[in-house]
Design a protein around this ligand. Structure first.
Ligand code: UD1
Ligand code: CA
Length: 447
């Protein structure tokens, strides 16, 4: 196959950001994260880093190789830094780290075109409605690619050209390396332009072709926040459309924000204003939203999450969450459970058919099956220094307004009287009352 060289050393000045440009996100994934996914067919992925290089490396880890471009002297100069790394491969795909909408499918087709056409260089191009800022593809009268001219170097006639350079190319390495040697920085930006390698190669009798895309959106390069928003919207719609194809209903598709790594089962209904992040997996026949956010969680078949937030947790079959519940990280909620309004659950296990209906905090607890929480129960899990864990066994009944001061164990079928503050274990089948007894002073008002 080919080596992929991803250019990501530029500063991205137009973003006006402390974050390196390629780490800005489109639908919950960095620009370069999307590019790396699109080039996943490559034998090897090499990222050229420079500006903010440490941040980029920290974000991508050791899934790729790195080449450092200490000074950003242009896209051609960036490729020169990787000479040794690419010398051994027959083909090199060069791609900017700021083109998140390119798809693997398009790259596969372009590579097939490159090889079947016997090209030495193939540049991916498209006609765009607003070519401002892009390099333009200059063709001969016969239609052959002659060269690419940068916006800043273009004549007024060249600026009229609507076919743009995507910044994505397949090179035969034996055509690329000698052309790199001949690059100069004799241009408006005093940079070594990778784009000049095309004209150089043509001068040496090499075959240069263009792979013209129908969907120019795939080539959108992100240079500023407006383009970031435009790309996010295209990606968002692409993901939502794919889910609709798979049998998911969206009540208001224009308000759904779904990670490209999420899976959603058939006949699930996504209500308005729903955000699904990370590697979330949602089962079949669920109702998610309105106004919900689910992050890296598993929601089983038939569950409902209404106006609630679920983070890094699992929700079982036919369980109802919300409205206005907050499931914090590391919860495993069983099936047929009810997590009602103003309930917060954190780092806890909730057994099947348990009901936590209202105004309750369950933190650091192992709760059995068919437990009933009265309104206003609090797991008092923090003593100011340490967190403690509690256990509530099957079929326990917790009366309203109970404090369970952790660590504490409530036995099977135990019953806790409303208003109790429980500080010691309650045995199976026991009734615990831990509150002041009521005294009535008769005739008190009259006296
Ligand atoms: C580049 C192309 C232009 C094309 C456009 C497509 C050149 C000279 N121009 O312009 O023809 O239409 O992409 O989006 O290639 N980079 C480095 N090191 C550098 C300079 C840039 O790694 O010294 C990286 C950047 O981080 C970025 C990519 O190369 O990921 C493209 O650089 P950018 O400055 O955005 O180029 P454009 O002006 O957009
Ligand atoms: Ca760019």
């Amino acid at each position: 196959m080919y080596s992929a060289l991803i250019l990501a050393a530029g500063e991205g000045k137009r973003m006006k950001s402390a974050l390196p440009k390629v780490l800005h996100q489109v639908e919950f994934k960095s620009l370069i994260g999307w590019v790396l996914e699109a080039v996943s067919a490559a034998d090897e992925r090499i990222v050229v880093v420079g500006h903010g290089g440490e941040q980029v490396k920290a974000a991508l880890g050791d899934s790729v190789r790195y080449v450092v471009q200490a000074q950003q002297l242009g896209t051609g100069h960036a490729v020169m830094q990787a000479r040794e790394q690419i010398a051994g491969s027959k083909y090199v795909l060069v791609i900017s780290g700021d083109t998140p909408l390119i798809t693997k499918n398009t790259l596969d087709m372009a590579f097939a075109y490159h090889r079947s056409g016997g090209n030495d260089i193939t540049v991916l191009t498209a006609h765009v409605p607003d070519p401002y800022g892009y390099g333009r593809v200059v063709r001969s009268y016969g239609g052959d690619v002659e060269r690419i001219v940068e916006h800043k170097d273009a004549s007024s006639e060249e600026l009229m050209i609507s076919e743009i350079n995507s910044g994505i190319y397949f090179f035969n390495t034996d055509a690329l390396l000698p052309a790199l040697d001949k690059l100069t920085s004799n241009n408006a930006q005093e940079e070594y332009y990778l784009t000049d390698t095309l004209e150089i190669a043509i001068g040496e009798g090499k075959k240069v072709g263009a792979f013209l895309l129908g969907d120019h959106n795939e080539l959108l390069g992100i240079n500023d926040r407006a383009q970031l928003a435009a790309a996010s919207e295209i990606m968002r719609r692409r993901i939502v459309d794919a889910h609709m194809q798979n049998g998911v209903t969206f009540i208001a598709p224009q308000t759904a924000y779904i990670s490209g790594d999420a899976a959603i089962g058939r006949d699930t209904i996504i209500m308005p204003n729903t955000i699904i992040e990370g590697k979330t997996v949602i089962g079949e026949g669920c109702v998610i939203g309105p106004n919900s956010r689910i992050d890296n969680s598993r929601i089983a078949d038939g569950a409902e999450v209404n106006s609630s937030v679920v983070v890094r947790s699992a929700v079982g079959e036919d369980t109802h969450v919300g409205p206005f519940a907050y499931i914090r990280p590391n919860c495993t909620i069983g099936s047929g459970v009810k997590i009602g309004d103003f309930v917060e659950v954190k780092n806890s296990v909730i057994g099947n058919k348990t009901k936590v209906s209202h105004l309750t905090y369950v933190g650091d607890a192992d709760v059995g099956e068919r437990v009933n929480f009265g309104c206003g129960t609090v797991l008092v899990n923090y003593d100011g220094v340490k967190k403690h864990r509690s256990e509530i066994a099957d079929d326990a009944f917790i009366g309203c307004n109970t404090n369970l001061v952790s660590p504490v164990k409530v036995g099977k079928r135990a019953f806790i009287a409303a208003g109790s503050t429980i500080t010691s274990d309650v045995p199976d089948d026991a009734l615990a009352i831990a509150r002041a007894y009521q005294t009535n002073r008769t005739d008190w008002k009259r006296k």
